[in-house]
Design a protein around this ligand. Sequence first.
Ligand code: NAD
Ligand code: LMR
Length: 323
Amino acid sequence: MKKTIITITGAAGNIAYSLIFRLLSGQLFPKNTKIQLNLLDVPESSKILQGVKYEIEDCAFESLDSIITTENMEVAFGDSDYILLVGAKPRIKGMQRSDLLLDNANIFKKQGIAINQYCRNSVRVIVVGNPANTNALIVSHHTPKIPSENITSLMRLDQNRAKSIFASKINVSVPSISRLIVWGNHSATQFPDITNVQVDGLDNFSHKYNSDWVKDDFIPRVQNRGAEIIDYRGKSSAASAASAVYDHLNCIVNGSDDWESMGVLSSNTYNISSEIFYSFPLSINNKNYKIIENIDIADLSLSYLKATEKELIHERDIIKDLL
Ligand code: NAD
Ligand code: LMR
């Protein structure tokens, strides 16, 4: 039997409440793998966390090895194989995600320092708490012992949204769509890009839809979907976010045949400034990613790539004292 340890921060929160039960469904790892869950939250949430633990136990999951609930980062992070950094304040109606920076950035600095101190350098860290890309930059900065390639930020929710909206527009099912990627920041400047989309593995579909619909409807709809959900639900996405975290982790654990979008530390690929966490098209295998280089970028796309880069540089400027 193999044991895998997954740590979730913000484990008493909304995303975690949808995520944990998916993780234990038994489909992520080979059958003989048991999962130890390390659930971290702040002391004020300890009673809720205890309730979540009771509910996990009540599911009698075959894949569960054990559950640790804690407010102590050494306990939560030590020995962990995968750390899902979810715990942070969510935005409310009228806010941009970057308005959360000053509230949330310190959480990620402290957690980065702790991860560097307590974790093996094989740990994989996924940053979810917003603004996820710049929080990932903070974590990466404070984890010199951990390869920066082991730290990624969540863009899969944007990619899933884009695929779903595009598939519905052209009347096909979502799995028919591949190579739909999202560039840049998890924010209203992100660029969902259909230039290289394949439908059922065939090229050259995108030109048919490279129309006003893409510019005036598709791109802004994906960019602003998070705000749209807050408007309807009164609070930020949780189930779809959890599902995207699952998909992201699944890609890391099991690889992917498609092009994937994740925020990763830029090192000037596609002329994007280094030292920001920017979402690129990636191929993912054996727990590692490679940026897919030299793909077609339409002239029109360049201004989108630059606008979202500019926003990430601005976010980095805001938190420069934490780096
Ligand atoms: P929530 O308020 O329901 O839960 C957050 C949890 O984090 C709470 O239980 C809180 O006690 C805990 N927490 C706060 N500070 C902590 C700390 N220092 N250590 C550990 N736990 C801490 O929020 P949620 O809906 O679960 O969202 C969590 C974060 O995820 C928010 O920042 C939200 O904006 C973000 N989010 C990101 C994406 C994405 O695609 N990247 C999608 C949806 C939500
Ligand atoms: C989302 O995209 O739904 C999340 O980032 C939550 C938010 O603040 O929009």
